[in-house]
Design a protein around this ligand. Structure first.
Ligand code: PEP
Ligand code: MG
Length: 567
């Protein structure tokens, strides 16, 4: 039995399909015309961009808009002037064939990215390897071992899976995925969750131990994998699978139930979305609203800013789909690990501490105003609330509110209707905002705690750097105390307090959050029913007794074990 990182729930027993992914081979030959090779290369990139558009549409259908934007970004990366220049230099200076030039140029760029200290930049090496292999396929006309060729039910075993491969997975034949590398914050994990595909990552050595045709038993929630299970293992897994099916069916009951605790406390279970394509799952799981619309995905994977009308249509569509339920739309949160190439953002030494989110928006008033006008105009179609990311000072909140005030006056003059009482809330994701939560609560209409960043900034630990992952946990006493204090400040001021970081959907964390008085839990649509079941079977009053116990614990392990045991 092996254990990796369980990235998406589900029990599967199926035959292994070992996906070997050597790049296309090509014969060495001498080059007669560099010009001809440049033309071949340019045509291959053109075809690559065309194929990528088709692929992105397919990925959008399978996995949602957030994942499609990852693929769309490949088209931009393939046209990156630095990459292009080094391929052309290989052809012109070394008289290399287009194939050899691609291999040489990409290999050095990939090596450069792989050696970067920042996890996010290292992830880009996988994207570049994917682009290199696909351009080589076009140049040579030879396809790699491809997941499209798989026609029998199987579990894929691979070194890793690129975003483009994951998005092309046909779930009727591919029942699960196991990779040797990859972590819980990588693209594969996010895509697997969105596609509800049982997945185990980080199983180093798997390719050596498994042959195509071996039987594999996989448990995506615990990360357990058994190669060629015994009769007893199979019986256990069949049991687990039927228990899992029953559990999924039981969850269906919660679709039409309100999230009310045993002692009658009502909370909201909302959804996090990245675009309109995620709405189907939101409606299917009957979310109480949208707790976080990450609008940056509207800005990524394209080559210019979306204009006011384009944004307006998207916000209108989302709010209309939700009827009178609340729709919290977060203003642009780029910078940090989210790049928008056409904005020409300067490279920074410390991007997570740099020019991101509200800082970048306040510095680009025109771009910010376009988004805010679109939001205000869409607000007449439903219950939109505006949320500002990364607030650290009251001044930032006041400046943003002043801009919104100006825009309201402008729209009024133009005779364009909007909700005059639109709520303006903030994300609490910096230690500064936690420490002045009582002050911010007097001027913000609501809070939403972003535990993904709050954990990163409180623990001073890069959320994408695996070397320091041992410090990255929301169960750290410092983070738990911050959460408690923020909720208390919001309650005292009488404003709504929600959470849209990953912890809101963590069933071990929910009892503590409920006890503290969190009003709204926002999570991926797939986690909603599980969270609802949890809430409906808890008593807030009973849990309140545990708050002091938890807040007085000295280590993350103690807190986690306690929270885990209480369920
Ligand atoms: C967070 O930081 O918890 C959050 C929800 O925002 P993001 O993950 O988009 O940074
Ligand atoms: Mg954040």
């Amino acid at each position: 039995m092996y254990r990796g990182i369980g990235a998406c729930d589900g029990i599967v027993i199926a035959k292994a399909f070992v996906l070997k992914k050597e790049d296309a081979v090509f014969a060495a030959r001498s080059v007669l015309s560099a010009e001809e090779e440049v033309k071949r290369y340019n045509n291959a990139v053109k075809k690559f961009v065309e194929d990528t558009t088709v692929l992105a549409a397919q990925v959008e259908k399978n996995a949602g808009v957030e994942q499609a934007s990852i693929i769309e970004a490949h088209a931009i990366m393939a046209n990156d002037p630095d990459v292009k220049d080094s391929v052309l230099a290989e052809i012109k200076d070394n008289m290399a064939t287009a194939e050899a030039a691609v291999v040489n140029a990409f290999t050095s760029v990939i090596a450069m990215f792989s050696a970067m200290p920042d996890e996010y930049m290292r992830e880009r090496a996988h994207d570049l390897a994917d682009i290199k292999a696909r351009i080589l396929e076009i140049l040579t006309g030879k396809k790699r071992h491809s997941i499209e060729d798989i026609s029998q039910e199987c579990i894929i075993i691979a070194r890793d899976m690129t975003p483009s491969e994951t998005g092309r997975i046909n779930k009727t034949v591919i029942k699960g995925v196991i990779t040797e590398i990859g972590g819980i914050t990588g693209h594969m994990a996010i895509m697997a969750k969105a596609m509800e595909l049982p997945t185990v990552l980080g199983m180093e050595g798997m390719l050596k131990n498994v042959q195509t045709g071996d039987t594999i038993a996989l448990d995506g929630s615990t990360g357990e994998v058994i190669i060629n299970p015994t009769e007893a293992d199979l019986a256990r897994y069949k049991n687990l699978a039927s228990e899992y099916d029953i559990y999924k069916k039981e969850l269906e009951v919660y679709k039409n139930r309100q999230s009310i605790t045993l002692d009658g406390v009502h909370v909201e279970i909302a959804a996090n979305i990245g675009g309109t394509e995620d709405l189907e799952a939101v409606i299917k799981n009957n979310a109480d609203g949208i707790g976080l619309f990450r609008t940056e995905f509207l800005f990524m994977g394209r080559d210019s800013l979306p204009n006011e009308d384009t944004q307006f249509e998207v916000y209108k569509k989302v709010t209309e789909a939700m009827g009178d339920k609340p729709v919290i739309i977060r203003t642009l949160d780029i910078g940090g690990d989210k790049d928008v190439p056409y904005l020409d953002m300067k490279k920074e030494e410390n991007p997570f501490l740099g020019y991101r989110a509200i800082r970048l928006c306040l510095g680009n008033k025109e771009m910010f105003s376009i988004q805010l006008r679109a939001l205000l105009r869409a607000s007449r179609y439903g219950n939109i609330k505006i949320m500002l990311p990364m607030i650290s000072t009251v001044t930032e909140l006041r400046q943003a509110k002043a801009i919104i005030f100006e825009l309201k006056t402008e729209l009024e003059k133009e005779g364009k209707p909007f909700n005059k009482d639109i709520q303006i809330g903030i994300m609490i994701e910096t230690p500064a905002s936690c420490l002045i939560a009582d002050i911010l609560a007097k001027e913000a209409d609501f809070f939403s705690i972003g535990t993904n960043d709050l954990t990163q900034y409180t623990m001073a630990v890069d959320r994408g750097n695996e070397k320091v992952q041992y410090l990255y946990s929301t169960y750290e006493p410092a983070v738990m105390r911050s959460i408690y204090n923020v909720i208390k400040s919001a309650k005292k001021a009488g404003i709504m307090v929600g959470m849209c970081g990953e912890s809101a959907g963590d069933v071990n964390m929910i009892p503590f959050l409920l006890a503290c008085g969190l009003d709204e839990f926002s999570m991926s649509a797939q986690s909603i029913l599980r969270a609802k079941k949890e809430i409906c079977n808890l008593s807030k009053q009973e849990l309140e007794k545990q708050i002091d116990v938890i807040l007085n614990m000295s280590s993350r392990e103690d807190i986690y074990n306690y929270c885990n045991r209480q369920r």
